[in-house]
Design a protein around this ligand. Sequence first.
Ligand SMILES: Nc1ncnc2c1ncn2[C@@H]1O[C@H](COP(=O)(O)OP(=O)(O)O)[C@@H](O)[C@H]1O
Ligand SMILES: [Mg+2]
Length: 316
Amino acid sequence: MFANPFKLKKLGILGMNKRNIYYIGAQNDRKYYPLVDNKLKTKVVAQNANIAVPKLLVTIERQSQLRNLAEMLTGLDKFVIKPAQGSGGKGILVIMKREGDEFIKPNGQRLGLKDIQRDISNIISGLYSLGGKPDVAMIETLVEFDPIFERYSYEGVPDIRVIIYKGYPAMAMLRCSTRESDGKANLHQGAVGVGIDMASGKSLSSVQHGKPITHHPDTGYDFLELEIPYWEKILTLAASCYEVTHLGYLGVDIVLDKNLGPLILELNARPGLAIQIANRIGAVKRYDVIDKQPEGLDISQRVKFSMNHFGTKQDT
Ligand SMILES: Nc1ncnc2c1ncn2[C@@H]1O[C@H](COP(=O)(O)OP(=O)(O)O)[C@@H](O)[C@H]1O
Ligand SMILES: [Mg+2]
């Protein structure tokens, strides 16, 4: 279905070149990139706009601070360490619990303080940042996912990616972690992408490593039964990030915390194209529809428009 370039165009599949020129290049003013390329900045901006995010616990900027890591982690049993300027799940360490001196990862692997020091040292030295620039390590609260997703995610928090084009939700997928992805819901780490119907929040079709699958590889549950709760609320939260970032082409990642509800995990100015494969539909037709809409509609009007026009029954 996705092989022949002529067929791809007919299906309205957005490719890398067109995305870079007509969507990222044309819609996203470079001066707003730092806001989304740096997760610390994103947190501040989101909080100022009253958008909920996982709580920041500690930031580590210098190698010398690592001597005091044991004190910094006092009282923290479950947390996530990540590079402020990382992407694709690289350099992210999810710690589920602590047993004595050991820190336990989602896959059961046990780490000592020295292992964590080394990981943070790598983050600070820029191993995972764009262009290898020195970075900051941030430690935030572990999101405990809504039990609704228990069947569909293996030892990790699933996230909901929504593409917001000119403020309109255009396409969505749920990314579910697997044994292979080790607590992270990034497709390149081996997570499953599940296309989601814009009208209802119900699942459409799923892919892992670019190939169609029907059941979760570890839990065995059928993705077809999946339905995301609070769907309109989630789309509204995602669409509100347009006003906050001024980016016309934006990937918004949302997680559902069992106690706190929907949280913004991160924002992306260069969202990937695999969401089209998960949905088995090209994005271009939807972007063309949005291009014809009047500007200046408020968030709830835009969300209603997308739910009414981009449900699978409406797409041809
Ligand atoms: N605070 C957290 N609690 C639980 N899981 C998290 C947390 N932060 C990140 N993750 C997991 O790691 C994945 C990648 O994190 P993210 O912040 O989106 O960084 P990246 O830019 O590398 O994708 C998420 O999709 C999620 O599965
Ligand atoms: Mg992410």
